[in-house]
Ligand binder design. Structure first.
Ligand code: BT5
Length: 259
């Protein structure tokens, strides 16, 4: 992959500018800096390698060279999108899921920001906001997808089992094609950001539906319950053991099946 190849590959998509790097600390950091210096809507940063890739709450995200997709998309949300920004994580996860489904696989979205294949994490989404006073001026959507077997970190450093597209398909995958399909899905889903249909499509791929899960909230608090779907803002709906609804809002949460 290089800048020219990327420009050519993505030329049919309605993107802002595109910047490619062989190696970066984090595409999200680069995108945050670019966003504050006037990047256009749908500008894209792609890196072959990340040396300081981040997950939520500064957890490390591994992107060894030549193995994975690591990119960040900059959005300048329109006025009508602003009330629905909490749904962007679902929109991004759904776009990844659709690109994977197109290859005959059955991805699931582990709320809030992971994409799973065979109950293992194959991709993660990191959303960061750039505020201007009370308004969100830019949103950076960071996406990491494990493409080759070598992208999967060793189990001792993982908090949840991981896999790659190559592992799941049993054959090599062209990462440029996956990138194209994720971005194309994102562009076609974006007009649905504020609609019930988005929530319905997100629910269709939601992992652990009807199953008992445990959610660790920040500060050592845990909630257990059966996954019952999503609220209209994209929060997770559970039912506790008395059948009472419990809503889990976004934040420092970790969800796992309850053994
Ligand atoms: C995420 O966080 O899953 C969000 C990952 C977003 C990465 C993209 S890459 C492009 C952009 N630039 C960045 O710097 N970041 C974004 P979270 O749910 O907090 O999961 C983080 C956890 O995933 C870590 O604590 C590790 O256990 C695990 N992990 C790290 N690298 C992984 C990998 N390649 N595959 C699977 N799991 C991984």
């Amino acid at each position: 992959m290089d800048q020219n190849e990327l420009n050519k590959l993505l030329s049919k998509l309605k993107l802002g500018s595109i910047r490619y790097f062989d190696s970066l600390g984090s595409t999200n950091d680069e995108a945050l800096a670019w966003a504050t210096s006037g990047a256009k809507d749908m500008s894209l940063i792609v890196a072959d390698e990340q040396t300081m890739g981040r997950g939520r709450y500064d957890r490390p995200w591994f992107t060894p060279p030549g193995t994975a997709l690591a990119f960040s998309l900059i959005l300048r949300p329109a006025l009508e999108e602003r009330p629905h920004l909490s749904r962007l994580v679902g929109l991004a996860a759904l776009s990844i899921a659709q690109a994977i489904q197109a290859r005959g696989l059955y991805p699931e979205v582990k709320w809030p920001n992971d994409v799973l294949l065979n109950r293992r994490k194959v991709a993660g989404v990191l959303i960061e906001l750039v505020w201007s006073g009370e308004d969100v001026e830019n949103v950076v959507i960071g996406v990491g997808v494990n493409i080759t077997k070598r992208s999967v970190p060793s189990t001792d450093i993982l908090r949840f089992p991981a896999t790659s597209l190559e592992d799941a398909l049993g054959k090599p995958v062209e990462r440029g094609e996956i990138l194209y399909d994720i971005l194309a899905a994102f562009i076609s889903l974006r007009p649905q950001l504020g609609t019930d249909n988005l929530i319905k499509q997100w629910e269709k791929v939601l992992a652990y539906q009807g199953r008992q899960v445990q959610v660790e909230m920040g500060g050592g608090q845990t909630v257990t319950g059966k996954v019952a779907g999503l609220e209209s803002d994209g929060s997770l709906k559970l039912r506790d053991e008395d059948g009472k609804p419990v809503t889990v809002r976004f934040g420092d949460v970790r969800l796992r099946p309850f053994a």
